[in-house]
Design a protein around this ligand. Structure first.
Ligand code: NAD
Length: 451
């Protein structure tokens, strides 16, 4: 008998789970497999963490990404190849293989469309793949960020209809929001308290036990799927609204000629002052998730004016920053179209390669409406992706001297640069726009602006 046949048989045998064994025990004893659906910034680290303890199938529709993972390479550039070592995991792009698993974790993207409405097409498609593989006794846990109620209103009906199985009788569901923070090497997945929820008490117990195996920081059991869904969206909405408040304050203080950071430093001496700063809100979490809540709130008859205002303030920041730069050039008597501008940073936040919903890119696009010579550098961002996504041509390095330098992203390399390095790249009249305030009190020889 070939190795392959033996392997296949042992996989099939795994489907006959001992009736007295809980799904958690079956995973622990490796008599059942866990599948992670969607292996991006969230799914891959989750899958690899589970693969320390369980037999894991990593499924992603993107064959090229799967091939990279088969070669111990993280397509999102977050994990070292050593992260793949000594893990019980196999990767596939073939949806039929999902039938080998009994516990599914779905971690696919949940973006918004051009009208800022939830775009659930990917979530529905991934749920469809799981539904086709669903068997009696299976569990499906969703990690994708959604509005409260989405799992039971959108995903569960797909699972029931396509599998012919009954929710909470034949299969159970959980929701466990992901709080991973890409680029953060300190707060790694195992060190972040995990919120878990289940479709009934038994489901909650099993889902909690499964996650407790990989999370050292501990588990928080939410009383319902809806509470767990809401918790995640509230975390990000709270950040969004608070940053919007800081952005609005910075606009007021600019008109007063008062430095916002000095105000925040002074106000921050009170014990209950919250530590937020002005800045850009991009990416696919904080700048997106509040729209999911806004959408749901409106559909159930509430107009969330505060949350919507926060979104509009934050979405307006790139244009405000670009206008400030253009006005400064004009004040200096410069012909704006001929000015040389250097934008440092193109990713959506510091020390990551992710350029999706990058507000730094939006600043560039705004500047390009008036200036013909905008150089964009960022060693983290992929030049090809920048061209495809935004039509922005990146440069390998800054060349010559610039009338304005915009530090748009607080990459560690920029934080560590000396004042002289900036000054040497500037014309006599040149100035710095430091969007994240990382160069405060550093640039003294030139005009310096922050938010
Ligand atoms: N990235 C973060 O910082 C972060 C943090 C917390 C929560 N989240 C949430 O986690 C979810 C996943 O986000 P992400 O950043 O990991 O996304 P991502 O874009 O990095 O990865 C998604 C992966 O899913 C794959 N995929 C797409 N459609 C699929 C399908 N139908 N079946 C299987 N695979 C499919 C893609 O090929 C890709 O590899 C989102 O809901 C997001 O809001 C993200």
């Amino acid at each position: 008998m070939s190795m392959l046949t033996t392997e296949k048989q042992s996989k099939n045998q795994k489907q006959i789970v001992n009736a007295n064994e809980s799904i958690f025990e079956a995973l622990k004893n490796k008599t059942a497999d866990l599948a992670v659906v969607g292996l991006g910034y969230v799914g891959l680290p989750v899958a690899l963490e589970f693969a320390r303890h369980f037999s894991v199938l990593g499924f992603d529709i993107n064959q090229q990404r799967v091939e990279m993972m088969n070669n111990s390479q993280d397509p999102s550039d977050e994990l070292e190849s050593s992260a793949f070592e000594n893990k019980d995991i196999r990767f596939t792009w073939e949806a039929e293989k999902l039938a080998e698993a009994k516990f599914f974790v779905v971690a696919v993207p949940t973006p918004i469309d051009k009208q800022n409405q939830p775009d659930l097409r990917i979530l529905k498609s991934a749920t469809t793949s799981v539904a086709k593989a669903l068997k009696k006794g299976d569990y499906v846990v969703f990690e994708s960020t959604v509005y409260p109620g989405c799992t039971e209103e959108v995903c569960v009906p797909i699972l029931e209809q396509l599998s012919g199985l009954q929710y909470n009788v034949d299969f159970k569901v959980g929701y466990s929001p992901e709080r991973i923070n890409p680029g953060d090497k300190t707060n790694t997945i195992d060190k972040i308290i995990k919120i878990v929820s289940g479709s009934d008490d038994e489901a909650l117990e099993n889902v909690a036990n499964v996650y407790d195996t990989i999370i050292t920081a501990g588990i928080h059991r939410a009383p319902s799927l809806k509470v767990a869904e809401a918790a995640k969206i509230v975390e990000n909405t709270q950040r969004d609204v608070n940053i919007a408040l800081m952005n609005e304050l910075s606009m007021i203080f600019e008109k007063m000629g008062v430095n916002t950071y000095e105000v925040l430093e002074a106000a921050g001496t009170k014990w209950n002052f919250l530590n937020f700063y002005p800045g850009l809100v991009g990416g696919h979490c904080i700048g997106v998730d509040p729209y999911y809540l806004i959408n749901k709130a409106i559909r159930i008859g509430h107009n969330p004016i505060l949350i919507s205002a926060g979104r509009s303030v934050n979405d307006g920041m790139p244009a405000k920053i670009a206008n400030k730069i253009i006005n400064e050039l004009k004040t200096r008597g410069q012909k704006v179209s001929n000015a040389r501008i250097l934008v440092m940073g193109a990713t959506f936040k510091e020390n990551v390669t992710d350029i999706r919903n990058s507000k730094a890119a939006d600043i560039v696009l705004e500047l390009q409406k008036s200036c013909n010579d905008v150089t964009v550098v960022d060693s983290w961002a992929d030049a090809g992706e920048m061209k495809d996504h935004y039509g922005i041509e990146m440069s390998e390095a800054a060349t010559g001297i610039y009338d304005a330098i915009v530090v748009a992203v607080s990459h560690e390399t920029y934080v560590n640069m000396d004042a002289d390095q900036f000054v040497n790249m500037m014309t006599e009249d040149g100035f710095v726009m430091d969007v994240k305030g990382i160069l405060k009190n550093k640039i003294e020889a030139k005009d310096y602006f922050s938010l």
